[in-house]
Design a protein around this ligand. Structure first.
Ligand SMILES: C[S@@+](CC[C@H](N)C(=O)[O-])C[C@H]1O[C@@H](n2cnc3c(N)ncnc32)[C@H](O)[C@@H]1O
Length: 232
């Protein structure tokens, strides 16, 4: 008689296109299943840094993208929101991300899901990019890691945003990015939608009107709309 436990059931082979079909058809896909698209070290930071799939679906619904529109993820990470957005809508999705390793992983995942014609991942400072031509913007607290201690954020394993600067320097950089993003709201076209998950660290100026707020999973999900020409 053997006392060893039975072997675990064999893991289903990974099929990115089945993931794509399941998401498009509204079938349940877990975060762990989806993130098999990413290198292992990027899966480990998911719980804190990547948008969970049910919330990503909700974000896409709130942004309400149409076929001729362009949606932006400010600090796109491994690209999860843009990838889900491309699967669930006919819009174009642009992910702006500072870390090259994340941009590369996102581009590989887009090819695996066969949505590479619909999404673009660019390595750039999102606060310095031109937001004037987009119809919707998503932000998942993109600069929050700057306020975390070095040992609190696994994102540092894929490169530092701040060169391990002391807290006061990081805090000043954080404020600079938050202020730059708040000012970007004035450059959005009237009617553009903005969705935040856990905010972006600051207050939107009066040119954005809050439409809704809901609490999902770990924090608030808010929808704002750019007011008409003139801003108020
Ligand atoms: C909390 S993660 C969100 C990732 C992704 N939006 C998601 O929801 O799955 C924030 C990301 O913003 C990126 N980031 C921080 N500052 C940035 C900047 N100035 N420009 C572009 N990306 C930035 C970080 O590298 C990180 O990948």
């Amino acid at each position: 008689m053997s006392w060893s436990s039975p072997p675990p059931p064999p893991r289903a082979p990974f099929d990115p296109l089945q993931i794509a079909r399941d998401l498009r058809d509204g079938r349940e896909v877990t975060d762990a299943q989806f993130e098999r698209l990413f290198p292992v070290r990027l899966r480990e930071m998911s719980r804190v840094h990547w948008t969970p799939l049910p919330i990503a679906r909700r974000v896409v619904a709130l942004l309400a993208p149409t076929a001729d529109e362009t949606m932006l993820d400010v600090g796109a990470g491994a690209g999860k929101l843009c990838l889900v957005g491309a699967l669930l809508s006919a819009a174009r999705w642009v992910g702006l991300e500072l870390r090259p390793a994340l941009v590369q992983a996102a581009a590989v995942a887009a090819r695996q899901l066969e949505v590479e014609r619909q999404v673009t991942f660019t390595q750039v400072d999102a606060a310095a990019w031109d937001w004037g031509a987009v119809d919707g913007v998503y932000l998942y607290n993109p600069f929050g890691e700057l306020l975390m201690r070095a040992d609190e954020t696994s994102l540092r394993s894929v490169g530092m945003l701040d060169g391990a600067a002391p807290y006061t320097t990081r805090n000043a950089y954080y404020q600079q990015l938050v202020d730059a993003v708040a000012a970007k709201a004035w450059t959005l076209r009237p009617g553009a939608r903005v969705v935040t998950f856990h905010g972006f660290g600051g207050q939107w100026p009066r040119c954005l009107e809050q439409v809704s707020t809901e609490t999902v999973a770990t924090g608030p999900l808010e929808l704002w709309v750019r007011r008409g020409a003139g801003g108020v």
